[in-house]
Design a protein around this ligand. Sequence first.
Ligand code: FCB
Length: 452
Amino acid sequence: MTTDPDRLPPLRRSDFPPAFRWGCATAAYQIEGATTEDGRGESIWDRFCATPGRIRDGSSGAVACDHYHRWPEDLDLALSLGANAYRFSIAWPRILPAGRGAVNAKGLEFYDRLVDGMLARGLEPWATLYHWDLPQALQDAGGWAERSTIDAFVEYADVVTRRLGDRLKHWITHNEPWCTAFLGHLEGNHAPGVRDLRTAMQVCHHLLLSHGRALPVVRANVPGAQAGITLSLHPIVAASASAADAAAVQRHDGSRNRWFLDPLHGRGYPADTLALLGDAAPRVEPGDMAAIAAPTDFLGVNYYFPEIVADAPDRGPIRTRVVELPDVERTAFGWPVSPEGLVVLLERIHRDYAPPVIHITENGSTYDDVVGADGRIIDVERRLYLVRHLVAAREALRRGVPLGGYFAWSLLDNFEWAEGYLRRFGIVHVDYTTQKRTPKASAEWYAQFLRS
Ligand code: FCB
């Protein structure tokens, strides 16, 4: 696919179905700030950020984009793009500051206002229940490694859907359980910073189970609910033509993609990955796998990049390693850029799992933006990334993939987890000193496209 803007295939909103959802995505801890306001409890990210050395620039989400106070302006921005939907997440510690038990009325009131603000602007609200900010009190009791956290999650889902379910119909239980399990509990570079494979696998199982257990509660509380889960999925590519690397692709795909897709679609955990894990495989109780396979209305896919892998006999039970091949186009984060990968991934999910609808719930890029003398941010690369991925989405539709929506990550530059504020993913620039928002060239392009 060309990277020359003048040779890009023309793209129009009318190339997509009329009911297609167009929006941007955000997450509570990354934008809200106000972490000690109105009775919000501590989250594992507050604690993690307060631990020296955890966040690259030593920052935290304490202020972030101050969205807690500036949300009307931010929703206006989303609307000005021509979006018809908006994906956000709810901060569990605002609702249940201790994780379960006492409900914080002010927390519910904030999301009441936010959802009403979306509806008033014609933005269809899409809520994620868990985008990584577990109440610290639950972590102190063992966090996601404990089965009791599943009950706490269901309680939280119940409280929130009872309150908002009359107006908010689109619910995502979890955002990227792979990241919570493996970045948070194996690699340890995300909260809560644990480094243990067995724990990571158990956490992963509990996350999936909490999704399945919450679904009937969401459906009971939300008339006409559309509910699903969002996974981070990757096409897996061999680093070479060797048989060893081809086998590595299968193993890596098992732990990265099939470990989630298989159980959610009623197939249980993949046997090849289970065999590799041996003792590190999760403890599964009777009924768990049936609960995880509760039917969903859509699958959310966050697509950023393909993973290029090689055989690595000394690397853990999966024995693979992600390699950085030269001559691969990359973002400033080092993530490979591959719009073709999106087509491959979507076709594969459709062919192998056939979810009723797939929504791209995140897709975006980070580059080193420069604010020009005139105050404008001409982010040519991000704009191209966006255009090329939308061309790929259109191609997936043409090939028969039931794609229902696209949410750009992200509306605003924000707190990018372990990278702090060093990575800007927004199509709208945020000056963190003044909190001034400035749409970048990518946002201007998106608005022009959505209004075409
Ligand atoms: C995803 C996360 C999101 C953001 C993007 C860049 O993995 O869901 O919060 O950090 O990556």
